[in-house]
Write a protein that binds this ligand. Structure first.
Ligand SMILES: *Cc1c(COP(=O)(O)O)cnc(C)c1O
Length: 386
């Protein structure tokens, strides 16, 4: 039996073990140190992480919380969002953005996305403002900041709070300003698949407002101050010391990981351009430091491409297959198909490819070759014809 080809590499969408292998000794020692300290919730590790995160994000304060979802919930709670209020956001985001608004009894009001960046289109926001509007929640989707200058201008004009959903965008910048430092506050997630991932759930809220930071600290611990006295109702939204300690080991490596994600994105951009494929559209970076939590292409026959990639050992995923205005749980909001055409089209046409920092050139080449083969334009062939 002959073996004419090198074995095709397997390319998972994300390989957390590859990152763990690079920091194993330090992470293992950290977990043992926390076990020996038996200090599990909040405390010095969380405070240390909060200082380091605030510095990284360019803010005065960071408050560790139990997840990105809870960060959104406590932020909106602290800003006084509740029954009867409206909060403007995008229908093309992870569910948590809108779930937080709904859970507080407020009404999510959607504004369609820009078809190039998939972030909320500021031109769609102005029409949606009513006397009940309390806040805007722009999402920095896939690791690229929303058009914050315009969003902030609209918010200022109407006296609205801005909660940045920066769950996918730690370290991203808009015209030199870091994600989480531009709005009233910014919410981050340390879910393992985010660019800075914990060993479980975790999150943080950044802000330059000292009173808001105090309010958030109180809300994450049942509004308790002093012990067993409650001036307001919060919840258990605390961050574990173990997660904070793991994140403190990883944070110094984040910029190198981001650079690797950006280099992977550049590899794909160049390779797809070389193929001359007009069936796919690669991501557009707009006046930003895009941190590529996801590398998302728009493509013809998306579901067939996805199946073909999976059959050929390439992981990929659809973020997100159904816009939030069309979700069953939000039927009462009264939206219909066709209300947000850019969002709906994105849900039908986009596909996220593997972009994690440890990808090898062989793996990236396999991703591109497989897509090129699907559309029948092999990379080699194009190069020869040129
Ligand atoms: C991941 C994510 C969240 C929620 O974060 P969790 O830590 O998983 O609760 C919120 N918004 C967006 C855009 C996300 O990607």
């Amino acid at each position: 039996m002959s073996q004419p080809h090198a074995p095709t590499p397997n390319v998972p969408l994300l390989d957390l073990k590859a990152q763990y292998a690079t920091l194993k000794d330090e992470l293992d020692a950290t977990m043992i140190r926390i076990a020996e300290s038996q200090w599990f919730v909040n405390g010095p590790e969380v405070e240390g992480l909060e200082r380091e995160l605030a510095e990284y994000c360019g803010t005065e304060h960071a408050v560790g919380v139990s997840s990105g979802s809870d960060g959104l919930l406590v932020s909106l709670t602290a800003l006084g969002v509740g029954a009867g209020d409206e909060v403007i956001t995008t229908p093309y985001t992870f569910f948590a953005t809108v779930g937080a608004i709904h859970r507080l009894g407020a009404t999510p009001v959607f504004a369609d996305v820009d078809p190039v960046t998939y972030n909320v289109d500021p031109n769609q926001i102005a029409d949606k403002i009513t006397p009940r509007t309390k806040a805007i929640v722009p999402v920095h989707l896939y690791g690229q900041c929303a058009e914050m200058t315009d969003v902030l201008e609209i918010a200022e004009k109407h006296g609205l709070a801005v909660v940045e959903d920066a769950a996918q965008a730690i370290g991203a910048e808009f015209e030199g300003r870091r994600a989480g430092s531009m709005g009233t506050c910014g919410c981050f997630s340390f879910f393992p698949s985010k660019n800075l991932g914990a060993f479980g759930d975790g999150g943080a809220v950044t802000t330059n407002d000292a009173d808001l930071a105090d309010h958030l600290r109180s809300l994450r611990n049942h509004g308790m101050q002093p012990k067993y006295y409650h001036s307001r109702v919060g919840g258990n939204f605390r961050l574990d010391a173990l997660q904070a300690a793991v994140l403190r080991v990883k944070l110094p490596h984040l910029d190198a990981w981001t650079a690797a994600r950006q280099a992977n994105a550049a590899f794909y951009d160049a390779a797809f351009a070389e193929c001359g494929l007009d069936s796919i559209v690669t991501p557009t970076v707009v006046r930003n430091r895009h941190v590529f939590n996801q590398y998302v292409i728009r493509c013809e026959r998306r579901d067939d491409v996805r199946r073909y990639l999976n059959e050929n050992g390439v992981g990929c995923e659809i973020y997100y297959p159904l816009s939030l205005h069309e979700q069953e749980c939000f039927a009462d909001l009264g939206y219909q198909r066709g209300d947000f055409p850019h969002s709906e089209r994105a849900a039908e046409e986009t596909l996220a490819l593997p972009i994690y920092p440890e990808l090898t050139d062989l793996q990236k080449g396999h991703v591109v070759d497989t897509i090129a083969r699907f559309y029948g334009v092999g990379r080699q062939g194009v190069r020869r014809a040129a």
